[in-house]
Design a binder for this molecule. Structure first.
Ligand SMILES: *Cc1c(COP(=O)(O)O)cnc(C)c1O
Length: 400
């Protein structure tokens, strides 16, 4: 079967909730993927930053295979010997007191929302069912009903009501709006340090620091969603480090398992995660030994192979090389580490056609928000591979 055969089958039997590029991948290694027709591509999306460690990283695959031969799922009705070590290693690495494991990013966000609401009722005497959470316009935090309830994107919500109440949307990068929107019932402010799906939008320097101080002053939890920006993507372990702060709650996912398994987590204090009692919250697969073993190795790879440092340095190089491109279509190039967005002018007629042209030249990217091409390759990328990509990116951005 070739590419068109697979696409036909998927279009017939699979729900059309995505608009993928017409490439059918059946093999991957590091920054490279291959399609069923034998073509090779440089992956510049890295599964929305879930494969920061590179595809099929040998150490992570080994840990996965070894654990698969021992035990894969106990449920939390029983204990396993991997989850305790994942909790300890993650907390020691990040400086948080506790973690709660889930599977998808959206579930980590839901968990953070439940924790902060319950924390608010317990510590702030908020009247029953009145807790408020502040979020930013243009956010992305997943696709469950509660999470889309606070999206500002109409398509995400259209036809899916009734939605979950209790959220206030304010502009991103606006600390005055944050200060004004806080009431005695506010329990948390959820923010992405860099808005990924929103188009790689980077706030002003010091924004998170100011937001942090406002939250502290008002006894409101600062929740940073590092599901995409975290684990090395921006050139730091967490993007919030650029502001020299420590948020009250952090959500992580995606690269936590190096793309090998869905693993997410909420990191916080004993005061916040301590609100959960047995029976309050859970997940059949959350904290399973297979996912935990994979996550443990994925974190070790990130640190021991200095992928965070590589992201910092090669992110700069990637940006510098992009700046050299004299394309009439480019409106703005922005980025932090290997989290880079090229925003095109309206006259360029959308980023999609550029992504399709890049695919023909052997580079896989995905447009975000119509006008932005996101470049977020696995953090194992080398300078030579960036040079190889840049020749092709240059050609494509120079096309009419
Ligand atoms: C991808 C993403 C999520 C949701 O993660 P899923 O695993 O797709 O549920 C949440 N927040 C941010 C910032 C993301 O990029």
């Amino acid at each position: 079967m070739n590419t068109q055969d697979y696409i036909k089958i998927e279009d017939q039997y699979g729900a059309h909730n995505y608009h993928p590029l017409d490439v059918v991948i059946n093999k991957a290694k590091g920054v490279w993927v291959w399609d069923v027709d034998g073509n090779k591509y440089l992956d510049c999306l890295a599964a929305y930053s879930a494969v920061n460690q590179g595809h099929c990283h040998p150490r992570i695959i080994k840990a996965m295979k070894e654990q698969a031969d021992k035990v894969t799922l106990t449920s939390r009705a029983f204990r396993n010997d991997q989850l305790p070590l994942l909790c300890k290693e993650l907390c020691e690495l990040t400086g948080y007191e506790m973690m709660l494991p889930m599977n998808s990013g959206a579930e980590a966000i839901e968990t953070a929302i439940k924790a902060s609401r319950k924390w608010g009722y317990k510590t702030k005497n908020i009247p029953k069912n009145s807790a408020e959470i502040i979020v930013c316009e243009n956010n992305f935090a997943g696709r469950t009903i509660t999470v889309i309830s606070f999206s500002s994107e109409e398509q995400y919500k259209d036809g899916f009501g009734p939605l979950t109440p209790g959220f206030k949307i304010i502009p991103f990068n606006d600390v005055d709006a944050l200060e004004k929107s806080i009431t005695p019932n506010t329990v948390a402010f959820i923010v992405e340090p860099v808005q990924g799906e929103g188009g790689v939008i980077i706030p002003s320097d010091g924004y998170l620091k100011k937001a942090h101080d406002i939250c502290k002053k008002n006894n409101v939890l600062l929740i940073t969603d590092e599901i995409q920006s975290g684990l090395g993507r921006t050139g730091k372990l967490f993007a919030f480090e650029y502001d020299g702060i420590k948020p009250d709650v952090v959500t992580i996912g995606k690269a936590l398992s190096g793309g090998c398994y869905p693993v997410s987590a909420v990191l916080s204090s004993k005061e916040v995660l301590g609100v959960f009692n047995p029976g309050d919250h859970g997940s059949t697969f959350g904290g399973n030994p297979l996912g935990a073993a994979i996550a443990r190795e994925s974190i070790k790879v990130l640190i021991e192979e200095k992928l965070i440092e590589n992201s910092f340095e090669l992110g700069k190089y990637f940006m510098d090389r992009l700046q050299e491109i004299k394309s009439p279509h480019i409106k703005e190039i922005r980025g932090k580490g290997l989290f880079i967005g090229v925003e095109l002018k309206d006259e360029a007629n959308g980023a999609r056609r550029f992504c399709e042209a890049l695919m023909k030249k052997g580079i896989l990217c995905k447009e975000t928000h119509v006008n932005v091409i996101r470049f977020a390759p696995p953090l194992v990328i080398t300078k030579e591979e960036i040079d190889w990509a840049m020749e092709r990116i240059n050609e494509v951005l120079m096309m009419k």
